[in-house]
Design a protein around this ligand. Structure first.
Ligand code: GLV
Ligand code: GLV
Length: 344
């Protein structure tokens, strides 16, 4: 029999890559909204492969429903917080994901959020929409609507970028920051790979950095002017940015999260903004998303800019991610090497 493949959302222009495969029995949730759990559980029995998105939990229930023939789960995401990897390993289910192809898009939006957070983005847009700009008491004014600058200045000749997690996206973000005059970078990372000091020397030379240093979380919080949260989610990084961390940060610092909402304690961040422990925040991800509405404490904070998890949302990158997800799926189905395979 042909292997059954379940796809949890239409992959748009990448669908022909799947549909052309005569050798599979294809089942697609094609409505443009999250795949309902009951539909998924009803349709995965007997599946050999499933393509999921980050809202689809791949857990005991999923694996049990699919049955023993499940060979591969391919997620169209670089993040894998929604997938129980040890469970996959126990059941010999291969897992594909989409690193690399989205690195540049997410680094772009990381810089965008740092700029938006520093420049009062929330307030400046409403100013124009409300008609305030035209009011007499609002004319261009020396210190009105100011915020901390991302690039270096006469009065502030060094800016320290801090990275909580220093993988591909963090390094691509650092490369962009060099153009803003950043010469000092700190990071925390996974246990040092054997060649990280070689890599750091290479990065320092390439970007003409004065300092690139691996530090503990305490120093990262205390010394960063802009703190970039770029670590994977999951239990190991849950609320790494909590009240204690935020209390150590500089009053004019910015926090940008483009990884997973679970890394930052939302209540603590709202308090930090309200009480001016830090100056502003830019978030592409928030814990509990997508159920984030106007009464959420962070949405109410005027110096918190929030966008709805669109870090990789460019035509080019999403097409590359969908293509990669399909390639991973077929590699898993037919026992070939995957372009990008996740292992525990
Ligand atoms: C997006 O958050 C992803 O994991 O690709
Ligand atoms: C601002 O517009 C300036 O001219 O300084």
């Amino acid at each position: 029999a042909k292997p059954k493949v379940v796809v949890c959302r239409s992959l748009g222009p990448a669908m022909p890559l799947l549909a052309q495969q005569a050798d599979i029995d294809l089942v697609v949730w094609s409505e443009d909204r999250s795949c309902p759990r009951p539909w998924l559980l009803e349709n995965i029995p007997g599946a050999a492969g499933v393509i999921v998105l980050l809202g689809d939990k791949v857990d005991e229930e999923f694996v049990r429903a699919a049955g023993p023939g499940l060979k591969v789960v391919s997620t169209m995401s670089v993040g894998y917080e929604h997938i129980d990897l040890p469970l996959m390993a126990r059941h010999n289910i291969r897992v594909g994901y989409t690193p690399d192809v989205l690195t540049e898009a997410v680094a772009d939006i990381t810089i965008m959020l740092a700029l938006m957070a520093g420049r009062n983005d929330n307030n400046v847009y409403s100013t124009v929409k409300n008609g305030d700009w035209a009011r007499p008491n609002f004319a261009w004014s020396p210190f009105k609507l100011c915020g901390p600058q991302l690039s270096t200045t006469l009065s502030s000749p060094t800016r320290t970028a801090g990275f909580l997690g220093f993988g591909r996206i963090a390094q691509a973000t650092l490369a962009r920051l060099v153009g803003f005059g950043v010469t000092h970078a700190l990071y925390t990372g996974n246990p040092a790979s054997s060649n990280s000091s070689v890599r750091d020397e290479e990065l320092k030379t390439r970007h003409r950095l004065q300092a690139l240093e691996r530090v503990d979380v305490d120093r990262l919080a205390r010394e960063s002017d802009i703190l970039f949260v770029l670590t994977p989610g999951g239990a190991g990084t849950y609320h790494l940015v909590d009240e204690a961390f935020l209390r150590k940060m500089k009053p004019l610092s910015l926090l940008v999260n483009t990884s997973r909402g679970s890394v930052v304690d939302s209540d603590a961040l709202a308090k930090a903004l309200k009480e001016n422990w830090i100056w502003g925040a830019g978030l592409d991800v928030v814990e509990g998303e997508p159920l984030i509405t106007e009464d959420h404490p962070l949405v109410k904070e005027p110096r918190c800019v929030i966008v709805p998890h669109i870090g990789s949302a460019t035509f080019e990158t999403r097409l590359d991610m969908a293509t990669r997800a399909v390639e991973n799926l077929f590699a898993g189905l037919f026992g070939r090497d995957m372009p990008a395979e996740l292992r525990v």
